[in-house]
Design a protein around this ligand. Structure first.
Ligand code: S3P
Length: 164
């Protein structure tokens, strides 16, 4: 089967849900953020700091193309949908689940987060970013899963039932 791509804003649960799906479906997981760090031998905050966001987005496009197109669960970075070339690639190659999370819930989940350069960039309006990205997530989504008020177990079960 086509690989399952999980897309959604920071804090929508892509990584934890991918790991839950790994054991429920017995499929391997790939994570574009981890693949970027391994391939370019730099962690994400360093890439943003030294090379900037534009370079990070180039790395991300390159890595997306290296993900396995079959029988894999792929957790993507929250901004993967920013580039049209990535959206086209996702539409063409994957079964895409958009993990939709409200702004209020996103803020609650990420309140103590220090690891994400975009979340921690005080100059950026993150709520506006989420709103701007919404149509882009929707554009690539085969399925939209609302995650507010649900735990990882419930969301993973919802995805599994949609695959049947
Ligand atoms: C980003 C989200 C991050 C990571 C990078 C940029 C974004 O992934 O790819 O920090 O632009 O929203 P998560 O969605 O896993 O936090």
């Amino acid at each position: 089967m086509n690989s399952i791509y999980l897309v959604g804003f920071m804090g929508s649960g892509k990584t934890s849900i991918a790991l839950r799906l790994e054991s429920l479906l017995g499929l391997p997981v790939e994570d574009t953020d981890q693949m970027i760090e391994a391939y370019y031998k730099q962690d994400i905050p360093t890439i943003f700091q030294i090379n900037g966001e534009e370079t990070f987005r180039e790395y991300e496009t390159n890595i997306l193309k290296q993900t396995s197109k079959v029988n894999t669960i792929v957790a993507t970075g929250g901004g993967i949908i920013e580039k049209e070339v990535n959206r086209a690639w996702l539409r063409q190659n994957g079964t895409v689940f958009f993990l939709h999370t409200s702004w209020e819930e996103t803020e609650r989940r990420l309140i103590n987060d220090k690891s994400r350069p975009i979340w921690n960039n005080q100059a950026r309006d993150k709520q506006k970013l989420l709103e701007e990205r919404l149509p882009k997530y929707e554009e690539v989504a085969d399925y939209i899963i609302h995650t507010d008020g649900k735990d990882v177990e419930e969301i993973a079960a919802e995805i599994v039932s949609l695959l049947k």
